[in-house]
Design a protein around this ligand. Structure first.
Ligand code: BDR
Ligand code: CA
Length: 323
C-alpha cells in the first residue's frame, strides 16, 4: 500500500482525486494538507474536513499557506469551481472535526521524520506547502519516498496562459524550488490530463448507485465544473478534465502512462510566468541560463491510455468503498 499525504486546494477535481484515493485499495491516506488555489486556504480546509467526514473518514487535515511565496495573491476562480470550491452546494450537512494545530509544512516534516522513506506526497495545488517544508527540513527529499504532482505542461498549451498551468502559475517560485529539490519526482501535467474527459452523467450514475451524501456532493460539484468546461470547449459535451485524479492514477497504475525524464524549471516572472520548461535534449550545459549539469530530473508524463484510465476511475469509484 502507498502511504500518502495529499496536498490539495479542493476544488472539484481535487474532490474527485480525494475520493479516488479513499476508494482505492492500494492507497493508505494518512493526512491531508491544504493550500490556497481554487479557493482560499480557509475554505480549502473546510472542504477537506467536509469531504472526508461525510465519507465517514477521520483523516487528519493540516492547514497550509494562504498566499504565494513571492507573487501578489490572486482571486480564486469562483467561475470554475464555485465560490465554495464545490460548485456552490445548496446546503451542507453538519460534520464534526477541526484542523490540526500544526501547519501543513510542519505536518509534512513530522510525518516524513516519523516514517522515513515511506511516504508518497501527492500535491495537486500550488506548491507553497512543499516549498516551506523544504525550508524547514532540507533533508526532506531523502525522507520522502516520492513526490507526485498534478502541475505544469510541456507540449500541451497552458490553461491560464498560452504556456502556464494553473497550479504552477499560482506560485511559480515555490514550484521552481520543488522541481529543483532532488526528490523522486513525477509530473502529471496537462500533457496527459487534457487527454482524459469525464462526463457529468458518469458522476450522476455513481450518485444514483451509491445513494450517499458524499457522491451526491461530488456529482453536484462536477455538474458545475462541467458547465464551465462545456462553455469553453463545446466539443467536449457536458464533461470536464479530471486533472488531479490522474496523479493518483499514475501512482497506482503507472503502466498507463508514457514518461520522459529531464530537468524541469519554471519561469518566475514576465509574460511566461508559470511556464514549466523541460530540457528535452538533456545536454544543455549553460549554467548562466539556469541549466546546470547534474541538476535533478523530473519524470514527466507525456502520454496516457485515456480509456484504461477512465475505466480505472469508474471501477474504483463504483466499488463498495462508501458502504
Ligand atoms: C489544476 O488547477 C486547479 O484548478 C485544479 O484543481 C488542478 O489542480 C489544473 O490546472
Ligand atoms: Ca487542485
Amino acid at each position: 500500500k502507498h502511504k500518502v499525504i495529499f496536498d490539495t486546494d479542493p476544488g472539484v477535481d481535487d474532490a474527485m482525486a480525494l475520493y479516488f484515493a479513499l476508494a482505492h485499495p492500494d492507497i493508505d491516506l494518512i493526512g491531508i494538507t491544504t493550500t490556497f488555489g481554487n479557493v482560499t486556504v480557509e475554505q480549502a480546509t473546510i472542504n477537506a474536513l467536509y469531504l472526508t467526514r461525510i465519507a465517514g473518514r477521520e483523516i487528519p487535515v493540516a492547514q497550509g499557506v494562504p498566499v504565494p511565496f513571492a507573487k501578489a495573491p490572486g482571486v480564486p476562480p469562483a467561475f470554475i469551481h464555485g465560490a465554495d470550491g464545490l460548485g456552490n452546494l445548496p446546503s451542507r450537512v453538519t460534520v464534526e472535526g477541526k484542523a490540526e494545530e500544526r501547519s501543513a509544512a510542519e505536518f509534512i516534516v513530522d510525518m516524513a521524520r516519523k516514517h522515513p522513506g515511506e511516504i508518497t506526497l501527492v500535491a495537486v495545488g500550488p506548491l507553497g506547502n512543499l516549498g516551506l517544508a523544504l525550508k524547514l527540513e532540507p533533508k526532506l527529499p531523502k525522507l520522502l519516498k516520492q513526490v507526485v504532482l498534478m502541475a505544469g505542461t510541456v507540449d500541451e498549451p497552458g490553461n491560464v496562459s498560452p504556456v502556464a498551468e494553473a497550479n504552477v502559475w499560482n506560485d511559480p517560485d515555490a514550484a521552481d524550488l520543488v522541481f529543483t529539490a532532488g526528490w523522486d519526482l513525477t509530473m502529471v501535467g496537462l500533457d496527459v490530463t487534457h487527454r482524459v474527459v469525464l462526463m457529468s452523467s458518469f458522476f450522476k450514475r455513481l450518485a444514483e448507485q451509491h445513494k450517499h451524501v458524499a457522491m451526491d456532493t461530488l456529482s453536484h460539484a462536477v455538474n458545475f465544473y462541467s458547465d464551465f468546461y462545456s462553455s469553453i470547449r463545446p466539443n467536449m459535451g457536458h464533461g470536464c478534465f479530471g486533472h488531479d485524479v490522474l496523479a493518483f492514477v499514475w501512482l497506482v497504475a503507472p503502466e498507463m502512462f508514457k514518461t520522459k525524464s529531464g530537468r524541469v524549471r519554471v519561469a518566475m516572472d514576465g509574460i511566461a510566468n508559470g511556464q514549466t520548461m523541460m530540457d528535452k535534449i538533456g545536454t544543455i550545459p549553460y549554467p548562466q541560463a539556469g541549466w546546470e549539469k547534474d541538476k535533478p530530473e523530473t519524470r514527466v508524463c507525456m502520454e496516457v491510455d485515456a480509456k484504461a484510465c477512465e475505466n480505472l476511475i469508474d471501477q474504483t469509484l463504483s466499488s463498495g468503498w462508501l458502504l
